[in-house]
Design a protein around this ligand. Sequence first.
Ligand code: AKG
Ligand code: FE2
Length: 332
Amino acid sequence: MNCSSSNKEFQENGFIIVKNVISLPVLQQLKSTVFKSIKKCSEQLGIIEEDYLSVVSRWGAPSPITANVPSSLLNTLMQETKKIVGDSPCLSKLNIIGKNAYCTGAVPYHQDISYSPQEPYQLSAWLALHDVLENSGPLEVIPKSHLDPIIPAIDFWSPEFVPDLSLKKFAQKLLLAAGDIVFFDSRLWHGSSENKDLSPRYALVTRWTTKNWKPNQCIPPITPKFFGMWTSGQMTQNILAQGLQVFFDKKETDFMEIIDAWVKALEIDELPFYIDVLQVIENLKKIKILHLAFVRHNGGDATGTIYKNLWNSFLSPMIEHLPQIQKKRGAL
Ligand SMILES: O=C(O)CCC(=O)C(=O)O
Ligand SMILES: [Fe+2]
């Protein structure tokens, strides 16, 4: 495909697939370094790789997981992106995002541009590191939706979030071979479905911007919810700390020590509300892994379920008994 026809297709549909860009040996080398560093990061946290991967499903540069992406590969991605946008692009961000047998969740439909109103980027290059089949949680895009208005960032971490199922009928699943790249406009609606076949499905996702590009519309500001993508870490810490004080007259300030204290307490003590203790302990341990992976490896939760699961199993029933937190919630 020549430069101008790929450019036209990208502009019209908001995305384009370019096949067979990166050779299998280059991908193999990259996957091997990525998975070696994932193993090292799990060891650093004193946990097995399966437990790490059941929680952490994305990493942003700088990170030990993204540190060894070769500059020759980035240069190829830059050249390919240039063919699509017709101008020299600069790298804005780099992520590795994945699903596997331990973390299979979907990513709800969203427009990337809404999540970075201060530093928006123009487009993404989503490089498949594995073959992506119907059931391995493919990227799904809604063709031409980049021409729709930019709406405020959808907080799919919030317990109140309800996926808009009506979008499904417009979405196209992108089945790919390892080495193929999907270029998509930062305004395009996209997401990814559940990984039903439990196979590893990782992507190297680079975000690019050209010098003279500006968003053609205003990007609405982010309005954080009481408990969601921008607040759940701090709110979890506040609720757990308050709970320790109210139920056990215990004062802790460090987030990780707060979690350890709760795990210990739940193993021996009863609370005045019903919880599934084993489930809550597991969810607390996952929060600890996510927090440490965030601080040490710039790791995150692509599916937005780790904090939400703790909310549903524990924090939500607990705040009924915490008047200070209730008051704050009511004030919002
Ligand atoms: O890879 C995925 O599952 C989601 C990717 C995504 O939303 C993105 O790269 O912007
Ligand atoms: Fe996205």
